[in-house]
Design a protein around this ligand. Sequence first.
Ligand code: ASP
Length: 440
Amino acid sequence: MEVKVAKFGGSSLADAGQFKKVADIVKADDKRKFIVASAPGKREKGDIKVTDMLYECYDKAVNDEPFEDLLAKIKERYDGIISELGIDIELDADFDKIKASFSNMAGRDYAASRGEFLNSKILAAYLGYQFLDAAKYIFFDDAGKYDWDKTRAKLRPKLEESENAVIPGFYGSMPNGTIKTFSRGGSDITGSIVARAAQAELYENWTDVSGFLIADPRVVKDSEPIKTITYAELRELAYMGASVLHEDAIFPVRSAGIPINIRNTNRPQDHGTMIVSETAEKPEHIITGIAGKKGMSVITIEKDKMNSTVGFGRNVLRSLEKNDVSFEHMPSGIDTMSVIIQTDALTGKETAILDEIHSRVHPDQLYIESDLALITIVGRGMKSTRGTAAILFKALADSRVNVKMIDQGSSELNIIIGVAEEDFEIAMRAIYDAFVQIKK
Ligand code: ASP
């Protein structure tokens, strides 16, 4: 089956004008047979997403406050889209049912899921596609994890017999039949599941940016987009907070070898970013992306002959475990060991952790520094290129940035450095310029 699955996000379906762009995109390629839709997102800055309106509305119902006016406002948004598109569909019966279900406490997940349910019904009517309710085809197990076996058993044959369909994103059913949603932004995951079930050749994820940028545009304003990135590279960047796609959306398609193409509904002429398992294509730059995050702390432990003390590392990590704190990295030397931890997770537990480390390993020196930022430089091109570290550290030295920590993954896919938070922006810019700008 030659199929592409196209998922459209909330901003791509925020109003009738956006619906028209979506229809043009869908009709431009007859392989786009299965469409996954989000709820209407923000139309402009300061606007409220329908999903958030639904949560608020349901919370009112639960607290026994009047919620009818807010529900009517939500209906108005949908009615506005319907009348502007000039399609023959009305949602009165749906809203009567929603109102009754809110009064009967049908659950917050049920409430939120109505955003994609209604939007998908409208999109299906507008495209002339079949509507398939995700409640009948996407399943979770008792632990709330999505159940691929059950989903595949129901969804694959249905897609095989369907000419085309619109499927709402974000939700599915629990074994007892109640509605459950994924975490926020979860329509991306539905799209990925549908692509896997359809054995699609491509999963297109249409949003409001033309793919991933090499660096966060809030830090590097003129950053170039990434043309091709591997799943492994994306995982490294996503860990550092680069987000366009829901993190869990990678897994269903990755295991089936289906690439994802991030595209821009407002600029369909742009190539976007291709996310692939492997690529023989030579990377444009040595590095694929740079991402970073502030708000990290480092605990440094020094002790003579640490390297020959059996169980030293385990004892340090036990001290964290006892206080229910996880760590991010652990660069170490012969007589020193550093443990990098998110400052938020550490706050309030510092004394308990330091006391524990003291009593377990009797260090010569023990101290915490906060205000650390981590930057990861990711690139499949680094493995085959000599001198990457030299370019990196020269750029930082030239910008007078002091590097406090270095950690290179053994796969040579990334180098992580730690710098003072105040140097974060300068460091990001310097690295970008060194690897990307010099090529111009
Ligand atoms: N509408 C949901 C949200 O706002 C899910 C999604 O758009 O992917 O999080």
